[in-house]
Design a protein around this ligand. Structure first.
Ligand code: NAD
Ligand code: FES
Length: 286
């Protein structure tokens, strides 16, 4: 059992949980994810890792209450436990293989959409620790849905907040702020976009015009997380890939986003039904 050490509400339906999972904490790397289960017969739910502390033996996750599975996680309180907390899964971010002297010379831009801000944090923290220049665009529908702004400011050189309704920061989508930055002469060696699939598709279309190298993290359906079931199948560079073992991060320009979005929406109706017994988990805590 994996005990919840701390729970904090970040926004009306979004909570952060610090969970005791020493083995996961000791081997986690930026870019990886987990599959969790609440209750003995609970569904397997993929979640991105928001932070990890090998010394304290804890892993931090962020969940938004939107579907049946995420409601069960959200309802858990401090002192209660997850039955399973399997991970770390997936391939870590490519930059962890780069030498510190190289990273120090590089400029990174992260584009985080909504809940996708959570998995961006460990990547920015890692790069900051290596001396890289990192800027982050955080997009949310409204001011109260902007999460982890203060944490991100501790590790990023600049944080650009955007809200769709203009209630905080730049008024507009992350793509509009991205365009404004690049048109203003800002240059980056590498960009990483993490958020809703539709956002990652449009960030890709924008970034392509500026020849900006871009990585995306695909929040596909997942079941086993071991490359066996095929639920997380995506097409990348014309080839079949499995997000759980070949990803979740891929070169954005090689991803077939339209197919990925069609597959992602396959089980949306069942997930909305709180009593359904389907074993398919939806991406990242939905
Ligand atoms: P959201 O719908 O509020 O969107 C967040 C921001 O993304 C918006 O404010 C906007 O700036 C941008 N955006 C959205 N649609 C866009 C478009 N068509 N063009 C350009 N920019 C656009 O986000 P949310 O409600 O927090 O959504 C959560 C989603 O994030 C879920 O789908 C969840 O699965 C996903 N998620 C993904 C990952 C991942 O690893 N990729 C991790 C966590 C969550
Ligand atoms: Fe089953 Fe990836 S989740 S193959």
């Amino acid at each position: 059992m994996y005990k919840i050490l701390k729970k904090r509400i970040l926004a009306p339906d979004i909570c952060l949980m610090e969970v005791s999972a020493p083995r996961v904490a000791s081997s986690a790397q930026p870019g990886q994810f987990l599959i969790v289960r609440v209750g003995e017969k609970g569904e397997r739910i993929p979640l991105t890792i928001c932070d990890f502390d090998p010394v304290a033996g804890s892993v931090t996750i962020v969940t938004q209450r939107v579907g049946a599975s995420s409601r069960k996680i959200f309802a858990l309180e401090e002192g209660e436990s997850f039955n399973d907390f399997a991970g770390p899964l997936g391939v870590p971010s490519e930059f962890i293989h780069e030498r510190e002297e190289i990273l120090k010379e590089k400029k990174f831009l992260f584009i985080a959409g909504g809940l996708g801000t959570a998995p961006v944090y460990p990547q920015v923290k890692y790069l900051h620790g290596k001396g890289a220049h990192v800027e982050v665009i955080i997009g949310a529908k409204t001011r109260d849905l902007v999460i982890m702004e203060e944490e991100m400011k501790q590790v990023a050189a600049r944080v650009h907040i955007c809200t769709d309704d203009g209630s905080y920061g730049f008024k507009g989508l992350v793509t509009a702020r991205l365009k404004e930055l690049l048109d203003g002469g800002a240059r980056f060696d590498q960009a990483v976009a993490i958020g809703p699939m539709i956002m990652m598709k449009f960030v890709t279309l924008t970034a392509r015009k500026y020849n900006l190298p871009l990585i995306v993290s695909l929040n596909t359906l997942m079941v086993d997380g071991t490359g066996m079931c095929g639920a997380c199948r995506v097409t990348v560079g014309g080839k079949i890939r499995f997000a759980c073992v070949d990803g979740p991060e891929f070169d954005a320009y090689q991803v077939d986003f339209d197919e990925a979005m069609r597959r992602q929406s396959m089980y949306k109706l069942q997930e909305k039904d709180a009593d359904h017994k389907c074993k398919i988990g939806l991406g990242n805590g939905q």
